[in-house]
Design a protein around this ligand. Structure first.
Ligand code: ZN
Length: 373
């Protein structure tokens, strides 16, 4: 081996280990200048080839050129590694910053808090109950006939007994209405009383811009000796007026729900226009809930004497209220996890300082029946 071949071999080892040791862009640049730059060791060595014999020029020259190309490739690889590392560290730093910035309430939580606040102020007790519900509470005790289509597996999520230790006749509740029966029993309520029970419900809906298979309702129930439809109208007008900070009037349209008689759909006057707009579909009315006077059979199932007491029940959708309030046109956004959507609510001030999603002092009916599963 000639002197120059030996030098070439030593230089290869030295350059390679020095390159691997480069941890940042500055060190890598220094390496480039020292080894493969115009005045670097490799070009310097190539310049010395001119002093060799013709045969040595050929062998050593091609080996030196191959080494130069190899080192240039390794340099590019190392440059890529260092740049990628820098950008990854940048992302980590950004994440830390985001976490430090804290979060804010979800639009559905903001809406739910507002519903709690207004009904609490009107003397309603807040109750909570299970999402996995017995068929008895979801349908039977609510006067729902056996042949009612909502009871079928086509509309309702049935719970597989194998997944709940063999417990049968369980469903994911399709409505918050079971809380009518549960809250009265669990809190041992005697008329007069008023209860509000918000919560998550589940239906086999074809999901689109206005339908979700999981959404949120708030169930209301008010019973006394004299409670009338006029009382219901007054309470609900007060609620929507407070919720939308506007003078809202409501109208009732006849409808059918098994657990009320008579039943009605409730529309509120559009709070966005006087002569029709996109939100009210140019009708000046917005459909907001279903309601009715509690069916005597359901009162009996609450152990309340239907000859002595009467009252109203209603069910509204939190998601729908949030969509109307914030002008959201697609219900799927709530569960999308899209921070571009959620960040728009970071400046929304919670309804009232100190109001929580779940005020413990008001949860008189805490375990208004735990899930049987
Ligand atoms: Zn309108």
């Amino acid at each position: 081996m000639t002197k120059i071949q030996q030098d070439l071999e030593d230089l290869t080892q030295k350059a390679t280990s020095a390159l691997i040791a480069c941890e940042d862009a500055a060190a890598l640049e220094a390496w480039r200048v020292a080894y493969i730059g115009r005045s670097g060791l490799i070009p310097g060595l190539l310049r010395n080839i001119k002093d060799l014999s013709d045969e040595e020029k050929r062998t050593v020259g091609s080996a030196a050129n191959a080494l130069k190309r190899e080192l240039e490739e390794k340099y590019q690889e190392q440059l890529h590694v260092i740049e990628k590392g820098a950008s990854t560290r940048g992302v980590q730093a950004t994440n830390c910053k985001l976490q430090a910035g804290g979060g804010h309430l979800h639009p559905l939580t903001l809406t739910l808090n507002r519903v709690h606040e207004i009904f609490s102020a009107m003397g309603f007790i807040i109750a909570d109950g299970p999402e996995v519900e017995e068929v008895k509470f979801n349908f039977d005790l609510l006067n729902t006939p056996a042949e009612h289509p909502a009871r079928g597996a086509g509309d309702t999520f049935m719970v597989d007994p194998m997944s709940v230790n063999g417990a049968e006749d369980l469903v994911l509740r399709t409505q918050t209405s079971p809380m009518q029966i549960r809250s009265v029993a669990a809190m041992q309520l005697h008329p007069p009383f008023s209860v509000i029970a918000p919560g998550r419900v589940f239906r086999k809906e074809k999901v689109d811009a206005t339908h979700e298979s999981t959404f949120h309702q708030f169930e209301g129930l008010s019973i006394s000796e004299t409670t009338s439809i006029a009382d219901f109208k007054s309470v609900i007008e007060t609620f929507f007026s407070a919720f939308f900070h506007a003078d809202v009037v409501i109208r009732l349209r006849p409808s059918y729900f098994p657990f009320v008689e008579p039943g009605f759909e409730v529309d509120m006057s559009c709070v966005f226009c006087k002569d029709g707009c996109r939100v009210c579909k140019h009708t000046k009315w917005i459909e907001v809930m279903g309601a009715g006077m509690v069916h005597p059979n359901v009162l009996k199932n609450m152990n309340i004497d239907p000859d002595k007491y009467q009252g109203y029940a209603f069910g509204g959708a939190i998601d729908r209220l949030a969509m109307i309030q914030y002008g959201i046109n697609d219900i799927r956004l709530f569960w999308s996890g899209d921070v571009r959507f959620l960040r728009q609510f970071d400046r929304v001030i919670p309804a009232k300082a100190g109001i929580q999603v779940d005020p413990p002092s008001r949860r008189a009916g805490v375990d208004a029946g735990s899930s049987p599963a």
